[in-house]
Design a protein around this ligand. Structure first.
Ligand code: BDP
Length: 715
């Protein structure tokens, strides 16, 4: 009896936390708190959203579902404005009421995808207007409005105007046709090619909703290590079915193009981009694709990189290859996104320098519908890298930022690592290409060099796990990619705040502790894995865990020893003028941050310098002792994260609480593993003791070297 009463009480007070599996992402639409609710019920009493397009229908459905969940009541749909508290949503073409408001001058400032949300008296009634130039702008506005409610913001005197800073806001799926996902840690691919086009899984729609809610407007469905089969007719029908599903949500589909496709599926003898037959084959292929998918976005291409075919196989340049494809899609307004992630085993030059060497001479040689996609750093999505020197160095070419949302090198799906601080660190970096203030963000938004095209892509962390991303907190990285794509000026803190409120609860104590964990998490990860500019010292193949000792792989630049260069003198890669001189690829002002070993930003010290074990760090510690400090502190901070999370139990449903708790346990063990393995290994060179106040590694270096993970995911 007593139990029943308690249950009822909890239910009524709204504090009963039902188990959640994370499927609903940040679109849970749970009831807002009581005080806010009474205000919202005043402000929102009816919905006036005429129009029948698929996008307006999606917006209407989202509002109905969202409001019902948040306000715990069904919303009145009206055809005229006769209630106070009417939400009026539409464009001047879909809604006569909106047309009558004469919003031309405000609308002229927000482009095709922006929206306005404002309070307004219409017919003597207090209304909230959501408007835009296009239906998709309405959908974005609706999601923004729902976000205001989900995060319990005031609705008084609304006056908002928002439009995206970047044009192509993309997810790159590294999904194979057999549904394995390269570097995927959240199950198999969402795309069930076998049952497409007949079966449209509800999940495809929820995927589109989630993306639209954060402004993602393009998805590359297939792995950059491409399979030409996707370009054959049976598969194009399947792609078309996905494109049709995503279209109402403003999402275009793109595919990866395998450069040798004309040979593999076209029966040609060559894929030479200057060969007439090959050029015509691609033109025909483009025509065919557009016959299935009239708004097909275009191709993403990885060529002459890590064994992929490309124009260099025929002694042609990347520009020759990209331009051939660009010519094929140009009649249909398609674009080609050509990746700059290239390096060759035969090239003895520091891998850091190779993409720049290959691409800078091609600046100005690409067609106007070609964009070059550049990873955030010159090596490969490391936990911390200086920004890629190509940013700012190709003023005549629109560059797309490529971030990695899937945490290949950042703890995969077992570590809680919030990536917005990494993304921001890169976007805010100053390239000095056009003088001070030439940030990476301004390079990619096109403003620095007046480009028509702009964009940012994230390698997806999405799979068919029930919670989409594996780690419950990994959803925040998908969220952050979208939000920063929309507005890279948003702070990491603001994005974490929004995401936590929508994904868990608005409770202030929860938010402040969980936010602190998120904001520190990336730095913590760097500390226990790759402190002070160390990089590429992870396990071979699967990239799981540490293996700085690996030195026996065929390609020199695949070996960790290539990157850390530990010897009896010290540690780190000399990339200054006395070494590989990769630093010369940066503009002089940027270089200054790193050039001098004595003033180099210590976050990047071992990235740019070979530093002696006794080198005096800013802390006063020797390099060796500093490394010990970083590895031990990082590991200790994971323990603190565990403690912080445990205290939050009362705010989180039991399933997600336990899930995160157990993963933090794994993360702690992995941090200890990184710390011990790296310090024991580097110690064989430094010959220095781990300071005695630190607990001694409980396993030997031989033990760590003997570990094998033949079935690690994502490989
Ligand atoms: C590396 C990944 C590899 C990708 C490659 C790429 O380990 O699986 O194919 O990047 O971006 O980080 O092409």
């Amino acid at each position: 009896m007593k139990k029943k009463f308690l249950f009822l009480l909890l239910l009524l007070s709204g504090t009963f936390l039902f188990a959640e599996d994370g499927y609903d992402l940040w679109l849970r639409y749970k009831p807002v708190n009581k005080i806010v609710l009474s205000k919202y019920k005043q402000a929102i009493q009816a919905l006036h959203i005429p129009g029948t397009s698929q996008t307006i229908t999606a917006a209407k459905e989202e509002l109905i579902t969202g409001l019902k969940g948040l306000l715990q009541t069904s919303i009145l749909l009206t055809t005229t404005i006769k209630n106070n508290g009417t939400i009026v949503a539409g464009t001047s073409s879909s809604s006569p009421v909106i047309k009558s408001l004469d919003l031309q001058s405000d609308l002229s400032k927000i482009g095709n995808e922006g929206f306005l949300i404002f309070s307004k008296t219409i017919n003597g009634k207090n209304c909230i207007v959501i408007t835009a130039n296009t239906d998709i702008g309405i959908l974005y506005g609706v999601f923004h409005f729902l976000r205001l409610l989900q995060t319990e913001q005031s609705l008084d005197n609304l006056n908002l105007s928002s439009s995206p800073k970047l044009q192509l806001r993309l997810l790159n799926h590294w999904d194979n046709l057999n549904r394995t996902v390269e570097r995927g840690y959240a199950g198999f691919s969402l795309w069930n090619w076998h049952t497409l086009p007949g079966l449209i899984d509800k999940r495809y729609i929820d995927y589109a909703r989630a993306n639209a809610s954060i402004g993602i407007n393009g998805t590359v469905l297939t792995n950059v290590n491409a399979n030409a089969t996707i370009l054959t007719a049976p598969y194009l029908t399947k792609v078309a079915a996905l494109a049709n599903t995503f279209r109402p949500y403003g999402i275009k589909v793109y595919l990866t193009a395998r450069f040798s496709a004309p040979i593999e599926i076209g029966g040609l003898k060559t894929a030479d981009p200057l060969d007439e037959g090959v050029r015509n084959w691609w033109k025909e292929k483009a025509r065919e694709i557009y016959s299935y998918i009239p708004d097909f976005g275009g191709f993403l291409v990885k060529a002459n990189s890590e064994g992929q075919p490309g124009p260099q196989d025929y002694k042609r340049t990347h520009a020759d290859g990209a331009n051939m494809l660009a010519d094929a899609v140009a009649p249909f307004n398609g674009i080609v996104i050509w990746r700059a992630f290239v390096y060759a085993a035969e090239n003895p030059v520091d891998r850091h320098k190779q993409a720049y060497d290959d691409f800078v001479p091609l600046d100005g040689k690409f067609r106007s519908n070609v964009m070059v996609q550049v990873k955030n750093g010159a090596i490969d999505f490391m936990p911390r890298e200086p920004f890629h020197p190509l940013f700012g160095a190709m003023p005549k070419t629109p560059l797309v930022m490529e971030f990695q949302v899937t945490q290949e090198y950042l703890g995969q799906a077992t570590n809680l690592v919030y990536l917005a601080p990494l993304f921001k660190e890169v976007l805010d970096s100053d390239t000095y290409s056009n003088g001070k203030g030439s940030t990476v963000a301004k390079v990619i938004d096109g403003s620095l060099n007046n480009h028509r095209l702009s964009g940012m892509a994230g390698v997806s962390n999405i799979g068919n796990d029930i919670n989409w991303c594996g780690h419950p907190f990994a959803q925040s990285n998908w969220y952050a990619l979208g939000r920063l794509n929309w507005d890279y000026n948003l702070s990491s803190e603001k994005i974490a705040d929004e995401w936590l409120r929508m994904t868990f609860t608005n409770n202030g104590s929860f938010i402040s502790s969980a936010k602190k964990m998120m904001l520190e998490s990336r730095d913590i990860m760097v500390q226990y894995s790759n402190p002070n500019g160390l990089h590429h010292i992870m396990g071979t193949g699967h990239h799981y865990g540490p293996a700085p000792w690996v030195s026996n792989l065929n390609r020199p630049e695949w070996n960790p020893v290539y990157y850390h260069k530990a010897d009896s003198i010290g540690l780190g890669f000399n990339r200054t003028s006395t070494g590989s001189n990769a630093i010369a690829q940066y503009f002089p002002e940027a270089r200054k941050l790193w050039e001098d070993i004595n003033s180099c930003d210590e976050k990047y010290l071992l990235w740019f310098h070979h530093v002696s074990w006794n080198f005096k760090m800013k802390s006063g510690r020797t390099l060796w002792n500093e490394l010990c400090f970083q590895y031990y502190t990082g590991t200790e901070r994971v323990k603190q994260m565990q403690q912080s999370w445990n205290v939050l139990k009362q705010f989180v449903d039991v399933d997600r609480f336990e899930h995160v708790k157990q993963l933090l346990g794994i993360q702690y063990n992995e941090a200890v593993w990184w710390r011990n393995a790296c310090l024991l290994y580097f110690q064989t060179f430094s010959k220095m003791p781990i300071p005695s106040h630190y607990e001694k590694p409980d396993k030997t270096l031989e033990y760590y070297k003997s570990l094998r993970f033949p079935f690690a995911p994502g490989n």
